[in-house]
Design a protein. Structure first.
Ligand code: M6R
Length: 613
């Protein structure tokens, strides 16, 4: 949550900072601000509201200077206001010695604030961040080295931080520091960038160095150096972003969400690339770091995740039970990390995360490792905290996902889980022909997702019908139950319509009381093993004059005749049906939100990656 961008080099910093913030706005969008340094002058511009408001301010009151830091905020301490917007300034008696942007939470900020107030530091905001600025300013009274001043005060902070710091007495210099909140350096020609997410700087450079916890970096246009707080100087590892050039651009789409929905055929191709082995009827993964013998010893799998990743894990549970006959439990990461869940040494833990920075999922990973369990990650963001701290895992290769509502990451996760189920199955009892059928099914998924996307016109008509409703029920059985949950999450997070997902048959144990003409019941019901039972559940809703929307197999006239609105997807083997059935639900949420005038890529109160507990 929140985004940081910094720049030092020969260009004007402000336009680069604002451009970076625009790409990061999905991480928080309550307020935005920047500070630049020109010669020995500190220039501050900040405003509550979107990055656009900051841009207007900078147009009215330019911020010259070739070095600067900037921030887009998701409020934790103090509401969104001009005062609480970052950067925050540090100094005494109106002499501003430093400007700071911060992601994370400083837990001991109250005690630090009292200490600083007693020494004459006046506070202008309600944020926890302002203490950092004053602490650095105080150090700068006794050292002329900005890097050293930051290094010293970090020892006083309890909590998490990703920091960017500039000071008027140190033009051209930016200090960054990381503990629990991501930070990356971008390396250009005679210029350097700092960001909380490489998305912000990707158009400028593909060469990056990720900071690890406890590391501090000093950037000037020509030089950068890194130190670990305890271990001293370090040689940074330089990575390359292998994103497609248009990965973080809208490319003619109105929103990132719809762009990413339509990218899904390609996403699944990328997730599967090089991993399916037709000759052995299995899948292979380069980074699991476990031998087949070790994997055969596993007796149980635990998945820990949040939100959409949790829904994908539920699909994985059905697939692994079906193909590999292994018991699987899916846990909310936020619950798992604090429970006394009994687990033995033959339990394998997987955490799933698109961002790789979700605080609860990272907490679950650390707790599982602390208890001595083998802990792997299924993660999208290369170099993220979760990717680095796990013992191995599987990358999704979905490219950057910018829309706050996760779509293509879900598909990549489901594709990876289907391959994992196949692999684990083939290590056990799954026969060659059955394995080959799964390989062929997964192979066919991208083209079939492409066909499912063609249902957009029907979905738009459905959106016209339901855009005004207050509640919606999503219902699915077996492998489609998690798809129902995912459909409900998509609708509620971007259109603010109350929506719940249930296993279809569970409806009559309570939720059916909500059924009336105004509450759509959205059945996820492609043809499959439990289809006949689902048809009976549809009848139960019809008997109560409920409105039925059904996602079903094209040509399924029995279902279509019973539905007020029928959303067809292509015929497909059951193992890949979730990849197809989710498509009309994603499109439905999008088009409903559009009709309700919602801010689709920046839904109310949300942020893309949830880096606080
Ligand atoms: O980055 P992660 O996959 O760890 O994120 C987990 C959830 O925060 C995320 O899926 C969230 O629920 C999305 N807004 C769903 O669209």
């Amino acid at each position: 949550m929140c985004g940081i961008v910094g720049y030092t080099g020969p260009q004007r910093a402000a336009p680069i900072l604002v451009g970076g913030l625009r790409r990061l706005e999905y991480r928080g969008y309550d307020s935005a601000g920047l500070a630049t340094v020109e010669e020995d002058r500190l220039i501050l511009r900040k405003r509550a509201g979107r990055v656009r408001a900051l841009e207007e301010l900078v147009e009215e009151q330019p911020a010259p200077g070739g070095a600067g830091i900037s921030h887009t905020r998701w409020a934790t301490h103090g509401p969104a206001s001009d005062r609480n917007a970052h950067p925050h300034l540090g100094g005494r008696g109106g002499e501003w010695r430093v400007a700071v942007v911060h992601n994370g939470v400083i837990e001991n900020h109250s005690a630090l604030r009292r200490e600083l107030e007693s020494q004459g530091f006046a506070f202008a905001s309600q944020t926890d961040t302002e203490v950092i600025a004053h602490l650095i300013a105080r150090e700068l009274e006794s050292t002329t080295d900005l890097f050293e001043a930051v290094r010293r005060i970090l020892q006083r902070l309890e909590g998490t931080y990703g920091l960017g710091v500039v000071a008027p007495e140190h033009p051209g210099e930016i200090i960054g520091a990381r503990f629990g909140s991501p930070l990356v350096v971008g390396l250009g020609e005679g210029e350097h960038f700092l960001a909380s997410d490489p998305v912000a700087i990707a158009p400028h450079t593909a060469r990056v160095a990720y900071l690890q916890d406890g590391e501090v970096v000093r950037l000037t246009p020509d030089h950068f150096e890194m130190r670990h707080l305890e271990h001293g100087p370090i040689t940074p590892r330089i990575d390359r972003l292998d994103w497609k050039p248009d990965a973080v651009e809208l490319g003619g789409h109105a929103h990132y969400m719809i762009k990413e929905i339509f990218e899904q055929p390609e996403t699944v191709v990328d997730a599967c690339r090089g991993r399916l082995r037709r000759g052995e009827a299995t899948a292979v993964f380069g980074g699991l770091n476990l031998t087949d013998r070790q994997l055969r010893r596993i007796r149980r799998i635990v998945f820990a995740a949040c939100g959409t990743s949790w829904h994908a894990a539920l699909v994985g549970e059905y697939l692994i039970e079906r193909l590999a006959h292994l018991p699987v439990e899916v846990e909310y990461a936020s619950e798992f990390r604090y429970r006394n869940a009994p687990m033995d040494d033959r339990t394998l833990v997987f955490v799933l995360s698109q961002s790789g920075e979700t605080a609860d999922t990272l907490g679950a990973l650390r707790e599982a490792r602390r208890r001595g369990h083998l802990t792997l990650a299924i993660v999208n963001t290369v170099g993220s905290s979760i990717a680095r701290e796990s013992e191995g895992g599987i990358y999704l290769h979905a490219g950057p996902e910018v829309g706050v509502a996760s779509t293509k990451a879900f598909s990549a996760q489901v594709a990876v889980l289907a391959m994992l189920a196949l692999y684990l199955g083939r290590l056990r009892h799954l026969s060659f022909p059955d394995g080959l059928a799964v390989v062929e099914a997964i192979d066919s998924a991208p083209a079939l997702i492409g066909e499912a996307l063609q249902s957009e016109p029907e979905v738009e008509r459905a959106a016209d019908r339901i855009a005004g409703v207050r509640n919606a029920l999503y219902l699915g059985r077996d492998i489609h139950f998690p798809v129902a949950l995912e459909g409900a999450l998509k609708l509620k997070e971007i259109s603010y319509i109350h929506a719940e997902g249930y296993p279809t048959a569970e409806m009559k144990h309570g939720p059916i009381a909500l059924v009336d003409r105004e509450t759509p019941c959205i059945f996820v019901a492609p043809r499959g093993s439990l289809h006949a039972k689902t048809l009976s559940n549809v009848e139960e809703v019809r008997a109560r004059h409920g409105m039925v929307l059904a996602v079903g197999t094209r040509g399924d006239s029995t279902l279509a005749e019973r539905a007020d609105i029928f959303l067809p997807i292509p015929e497909a083997p059951e193992v890949i049906q979730p990849l197809l059935a989710v498509v009309p639900l994603q499109l439905l949420a999008y088009h409903v939100a559009l009709r309700r005038g919602c801010d689709i890529d920046k839904p109310r109160n949300l942020a893309k990656s949830v880096t606080v507990e």
